[in-house]
Design a protein around this ligand. Structure first.
Ligand code: PRP
Ligand code: URA
Length: 175
């Protein structure tokens, strides 16, 4: 098992991602942060908290999106659904989707479908902690990336958080 990011690095990376998002979006009333269920939520909670610190109390729309029924393999496999919680309009907003890992791009593709049920955003961006390069199966790229990783298909990136593990860390395993 190889350590990719340790707790201090994850904390610094999350602060950087939050600042990069704010750099591109200075009007907080026009953005919506949306974490992808289930694993993107740990990251989106933290990025949202960091952006709140920068916005100094200005309200920012923050929601959670479940893509289960929009997956392209939903008919072939059983999947447990999670909650979608978007208690605001995304119409005309700049939506920033947040997930922990970008691999084939299929989850992000499903997220576009799921999101559009809630309205027509002005723009959709993607923020991920880990971008596994050269593994894409759809033409999808992230706008904000914590760390790029070159990997083989046989390897797996594991992102763990204090909420579901003993500490925040990212590792890569063989097979
Ligand atoms: O770009 P993709 O290939 O869609 O992979 C990225 C997704 O994989 C992980 O979820 P999960 O382990 O639930 O994904 P999977 O069951 O779709 O492999 C991760 O939390 C991302 O949401
Ligand atoms: O390596 C991977 C690929 C997809 N999703 C993950 O969480 N890790």
């Amino acid at each position: 098992m190889k350590l990719i990011l340790k707790p201090e690095e994850i904390a610094i990376t999350i602060r950087r991602l939050a600042h990069q998002i704010v750099e591109n979006h200075d009007d907080f009333s026009k953005i919506a942060i949306i974490g992808l269920q289930p694993r993107g939520i740990f990251l989106s909670n933290r990025i949202y908290t960091e952006i709140q610190k920068i916005s100094k109390g200005q309200p920012i729309d923050y929601g959670k999106l479940d893509i289960t029924f929009y997956r392209d393999d939903v008919r072939n496999e059983l999947h447990a659904a999670n909650e979608t919680d978007i208690p605001f309009s995304i119409e005309g907003k700049d939506v920033i989707l947040i997930d922990d890992v970008l691999y084939t791009g299929r989850t992000t593709r499903a997220a576009f479908d799921a999101l559009l049920d809630y309205g027509r955003p002005k723009k959709v961006e993607l923020c991920v902690l880990i971008d596994r390069r050269f593994t894409r199966e759809f033409p999808i790229q992230a706008d904000y990336v914590g760390k790029y990783i070159d990997s083989f298909e046989t390897q797996k990136v594991l992102v763990r958080w204090t909420e579901n593990s003993d500490k925040d860390h990212v590792t890569m395993t063989e097979g």
